[in-house]
Design a binder for this molecule. Structure first.
Ligand code: UD1
Ligand code: CA
Length: 458
């Protein structure tokens, strides 16, 4: 087995992004660009992965962790100079080395694997991944000789009028014989319009030394998009969204309007789920079969069971069971557990609470730091009063309790099993099981007083 290595270039500031955030950390479908690349490379079972970092070194390291080795490029003197920084780590290695840019988030493991394979079959020293696009502006152009062999790569800023017309571009992804790469890099100069050490110059060096250079052309130019500015970032977002949505649809998920549905790469969805327009599903979410998400719902890091409905609602970091109805306009905040057959209706906010099987909180309530048993009915407008300005306290509502409308449950408080709380009550003492609790001022009706009062006003 031949050794396989990868170098990820991620030291550039990304001036064209005009951002405080380091370029390769800009997210595409919620995941930093460089993380997408690393995810794909990880699947290739490499002997070693090295990431070249610069100004934003700490943030990149924090993002990628120890899945890759790192070298620091103190000054960004060009892509050739960047790869040269890896020399101490890889110089003595034998095998094939893929170099990729941290700003090409759409590259797939299939293409990278095919690049290794092509390089191996061709017995080449250098293989450059190229593609043909209608608007090659900004990319390096592939210059071929009369026999059609790749002779060199000319950067946009160094190209003459004729060269600018060439539509075959350098995708910024290459496969090299590792030994040859580091030997050739030492011959790269910065004699060009940008005063930079260009990695693509290795191709011309290889040609001149009579080494074998090949091009591997990918048919899908979308995959090799390089993100240099926010316009390209939006394009990447669109393409990635489309790719993810199509994968789910092929797996049996109905997406009513794929252009307006955002599903993060890490999300898992069972077949026969329906996703209505305007929905966003993020993080490590799982959606069970027959569930309907949306329209206009946001789900992040949630595990959702089967045949549940979440309409016009927001749910974060929570577990939601099967046959649950949520919304419209509900807000499920972190650390909530909603069990099977529960209903959380309109304008209900639930935070760090458990609602057990068959219970209902149908309208206009705040449920925080609360444990609700089974078959409880929480009346419209009920508030768990969990916060005194300093500390948070717990409310416990046991099985089969009925809470009337507009009750305040001042925590810490327990409503015992089967108890009734009268509408409008402010409860600040525990209610025993099976009791009826009324805590409100007694009503007094003053005969004809309204008439008198109105006269007085006139
Ligand atoms: C580069 C290629 C160009 C190719 C295009 C594909 C060069 C000279 N040009 O151009 O032929 O068509 O990618 O997208 O290689 N970086 C460093 N250190 C540096 C400079 C850059 O780590 O000193 C990193 C950047 O973070 C980035 C990558 O290298 O991830 C590419 O750099 P960038 O400036 O975006 O190159 P392009 O102008 O896009
Ligand atoms: Ca680029």
């Amino acid at each position: 087995m031949i050794n396989k290595y990868a170098v990820i270039l991620a030291a550039g500031q990304g001036t064209r992004m005009k951002s405080k955030l380091y370029k390769v950390l800009h997210p595409v479908m919620g995941r930093p660009m460089v993380q997408h690349i690393v995810d794909q490379l990880q699947a290739l079972k490499l002997n070693k992965m090295v990431t070249v970092v610069g100004v934003g070194a700490d943030q990149v390291k924090e993002q990628l962790g120890d899945i890759t080795d790192y070298v620091v490029q103190e000054q960004q003197l060009g892509t050739g100079h960047a790869v040269l920084q890896v020399e101490p780590l890889l110089k003595n290695a034998h095998g094939m080395t893929i170099v990729v840019c941290g700003d090409t988030p759409l590259l797939t493991k299939e293409t990278l694997d095919a690049l290794f394979e092509h390089h191996l079959q061709a017995e080449a020293q250098v293989t450059v991944l190229t593609t043909t696009i209608n608007d090659p502006t900004g990319y390096g152009r592939i210059i071929r000789d009369q026999q059609g062999h790749v002779a060199k790569i000319i950067e946009q800023k160094d190209a003459n009028q004729d060269q600018l017309l060439i539509k075959e571009i350098n995708t910024g992804t290459y496969c090299f014989d590792n030994q040859f790469l580091f030997e050739a890099l030492n011959h790269v100069t910065n004699d060009n319009n940008q005063g930079e050490y260009y990695l693509p110059d290795v191709i011309e060096i290889a040609q001149k030394q009579g080494r074998k250079v090949t091009a591997f052309q990918t048919a899908d130019p979308n995959e090799t998009l390089g993100v240099n500015d926010r316009v390209a970032l939006a394009t990447a977002e669109k393409l990635m969204k489309q790719r993810i949505n199509e994968q789910h649809m092929r797996n049996g998920v109905t997406i009513i309007d794929p252009d307006h549905t955002y599903i993060a790469p890490s999300v898992k969805i069972a077949p026969d789920v329906i996703i209505e327009p305007g929905s966003i599903i993020k993080g490590d979410s799982y959606i069970g079969s027959q569930t309907v998400i949306g329209p206009n719902s946001e789900v992040e890091d949630c595990k959702i069971g089967e045949s549940t409905e979440i309409a016009h609602s927001v749910a974060h970091q929570s577990d939601i069971g099967s046959h649950v109805k949520i919304g419209p306009f509900a807000h499920i905040r972190p650390a909530t557990q909603i069990n099977d057959q529960v209903k959380v209706g309109n304008f209900v906010e639930v935070k760090k609470s458990t609602i057990n099987k068959g219970s209902k909180v149908s309208h206009l309530s705040y449920i925080g730091d609360t444990e609700i048993g089974t078959n409880v009915n929480v009346g419209c407008g009920t508030i768990t009063v969990n916060y005194d300005g300093e500390n948070k306290y717990k409310t416990t509502i046991e099985d089969n309790v009925f809470i009337g409308c507009n009750a305040n449950l001042v925590a810490p408080v327990t409503i015992g099993q089967g108890a009734l709380v009268a509408a409008g009550s402010t409860i600040n003492k525990d209610v025993p099981a099976e009791a009826l609790s009324i805590a409100r001022a007694k009503q007094e009706n003053k005969a004809n007083y309204a008439k008198k009062f109105n006269k007085l006003l006139k």
